[in-house]
Design a protein around this ligand. Sequence first.
Ligand code: NAG
Ligand code: NAG
Ligand code: NAG
Ligand code: NAG
Ligand code: NAG
Length: 142
Amino acid sequence: MMFKAYLSIFTHAIALLLCPLTLATNHSDHLALLAIKSAITLDPQNVFDSWNVSLHYCQWQGVICGRRHPRVTELDLRSRGIVGPLSPHIGNLSFLRVIWLGNNTFKGAIPPQLGNLFRLEKLYLMNNSFDGEVPASLSNRT
Ligand SMILES: *[C@@H]1O[C@H](CO)[C@@H](O)[C@H](O)[C@H]1NC(C)=O
Ligand SMILES: *[C@@H]1O[C@H](CO)[C@@H](O)[C@H](O)[C@H]1NC(C)=O
Ligand SMILES: *[C@@H]1O[C@H](CO)[C@@H](O)[C@H](O)[C@H]1NC(C)=O
Ligand SMILES: *[C@@H]1O[C@H](CO)[C@@H](O)[C@H](O)[C@H]1NC(C)=O
Ligand SMILES: *[C@@H]1O[C@H](CO)[C@@H](O)[C@H](O)[C@H]1NC(C)=O
């Protein structure tokens, strides 16, 4: 009896320890990050190697989640030598507040889908190779 009780406390302690590994997953955040990764053509610092199945996406390099929910609140990929387009799927990371992409070679259009991110407070895109203009969906924001 006593032993069983100890065992149960022990298993609960283990479960608590493993808690960060069993974070809930938001399917749409997960898909959006994978789409961002798959658009990248060059990643000289291998940032995206950590964006793999053995880690929860909240533990991927440059991905910061909220404290209470496994939702991406910040993306920090600045100064990583990254080359490639920025996937429009970024507009599905609906809890994003801050995006740091400065000092890379992001190309192509700035996705108008960024305008969907109504929680977005800061967007740092300087020193990249984006074409065209800042989409109206963003420049209209106050
Ligand atoms: C994931 O996020 C989407 C968009 O915010 C939301 O509609 C959906 O309910 C979330 N799923 C879970 C399991 O939290
Ligand atoms: C996932 O990324 C982590 C951190 O970079 C690394 O230690 C681990 O080996 C990677 N796993 C796979 C399956 O690539
Ligand atoms: C995410 O965004 C893309 C492009 O903006 C869209 O096609 C897709 O249906 C969206 N939703 C999910 C859950 O991936
Ligand atoms: C970009 O690089 C310059 C020169 O190394 C540095 O001064 C600046 O802080 C960097 N900006 C960002 C957003 O990383
Ligand atoms: C722009 O980024 C490159 C790296 O991509 C860096 O070497 C350069 O110093 C940066 N320039 C400025 C003005 O920040």
